[in-house]
Design a protein around this ligand. Sequence first.
Ligand code: KIV
Ligand code: NA
Length: 263
Amino acid sequence: MKTVIDFKNSKQQGKKISMVTCYDFWSAKIIDESEIDAVLVGDSVAMVMHGFETTINAEIEMMCYHIAAVKRGLKDKLLIADLPFLAHKKGTKYLMEAIDKLMKAGAQAIKIEGADDNIELIQYIVRTGIPVMGHLGLTPQSVHQLGGYKLQGKNDKASNKLLDDAQKLEQAGCFSIVLEMLPFELSKKITEELSIPTIGIGAGPFTNGQILVLQDMLGLSKDFQPKFLRKYLNGYELILNSLNKFNDDVKNQIYPDLNESYL
Ligand code: KIV
Ligand code: NA
């Protein structure tokens, strides 16, 4: 999948969309050769790659550094990048400079969390010619207001607001919307009401696509096991065992042997 047009077409053709996050060159090269449809350089980079507690610490410079690395390894997939914390709350000039940097680093589309005050901004950005992906439900940049990383849209009022926000985002011109941590019946309803594709994470099986953080689906985060997460590799243990094996081989003079040495 190379463009946002492919994205929209997938929904019309009833084809599911697969996405993972990516922050670096070497994993971009592997993803590029896989059948995964598209890649997000998420602001989760601040947590996964830099060890911060929240995504609040993702900066434009940090995003661009990682987008550029991913871009060098990604020849054949749509690359979407997160607009980091408050970049759309510091005036239009700041916002457009931030988007300028993200796009020049290699992003083909920008993801923005939330609706409300963003609707007009998103309209403006889309009219400028930049594809925008929405993001509703658990929006991690608002973690301190939400009181933690928890399920959203649990009562009628909250779920009606989410459906309304999703429709506003579609009207504003978003080409797709991420739905994070919602009851599956709500994300199903939103998906049915919209003509643009929904991409779920912790939002059940009825969205038009799914996204997972690469390191999470590879099982690299040892203690992170939310209900929604399926680990496709026991990455943590495999890497730990390899490191210990190398250590043993060095200390027991098993590595290198003469076949691995030069005359
Ligand atoms: O930053 C991120 O990784 C995300 C996805 C989980 C949707 O926003
Ligand atoms: Na994000």
